[in-house]
Design a protein around this ligand. Sequence first.
Ligand code: PBG
Length: 340
Amino acid sequence: MNNHTPYPKHDMDAILGGRRLRRNRRADWSRRLVRETKLTVDDLIWPIFLVDGTNVRQDVASLPGVQRLSVDQAVIEAERAAGYGIPALALFPFTEPSLRDPSGSEALNPDNLVCQACRAIKAAVPEIGLITDVALDPYTSHGHDGVMSGHVILNDESVAVLVGQALNQAAAGADVIAPSDMMDGRVGAIRQALDDQDMTDTQIMAYSAKYASAFYGPFRDAIGTSKTLIGDKRTYQMDFGNSDEAIREVELDIAEGADMIMVKPGMPYLDIVRRVKDEFAMPTFVYQVSGEYAMIQAAAQNGWIDGDRAIIEALSAFKRAGADGILTYFAPLVAPMLSR
Ligand code: PBG
């Protein structure tokens, strides 16, 4: 038996003066009424992985629930996405190793996997937006986003190839060109080239503040670069210690013609999302990357967290931080749970 007695009750009226924030939280209707931000289907961009062949679906061990899809299967999933009301897909290829070379020349092939998928999805599901990634890593034998000389990733030489890649994707029907390579000046060069080709309506979503992150691991498994990547990407992707630099990156990309900007990864960088949104008031996107997805899935599969609730909470936090939309592998899972 213990004889702990409660501390005498305080004079709560004196402390609170009637201000009790819990009043608004008492009932569900009230919590719904005062909720400041809300996740909807309109906030979702679904990244999907492509692989060669027909009727192929390949599991990715480090991304439970995510599969590489052949183009015909990607069309089926695009139809499903459109049915849910998901506004856009982002396409990423697993390129056959035999097609990879040091300069990433398959990126310029008008019949590469991404271009095939753009044409097939546009034909079958014209209402869904298509976002294509501009970076050479799925196509290079060394796994880097640009052209490599010795151990240096060359900036201006890379931009020349990236511009070709962007034009190739736009010609295949991509609505939004999304440079994720982090070379200096690529947004301006791509905008100029698109305009020169009369593709003035093609949008650019710049991966502006993209950090050199350990959270990209499972993505590299999915596109098959984990084993081939030589070194790391720290000479072009940002240092995770920096925040002011993100502002300068975003500022330059807007000046060069970006229509939308992105912060990546997501959850460890919510401070950057908020700063960028406040500073520029631009359409601002965030990428909940593969490692974030894998962490939530792993914990949920172990029964350590409630997966569905954690997913909605994490995605809602991006909205609260100021994001207008989220690239997330959870898109097809959460879409049916959300209102339009
Ligand atoms: C390619 C690219 C990467 C991601 C998107 N585009 C990987 C990288 O930079 O190495 C990562 C996405 C994810 O982890 O989900 N430049």
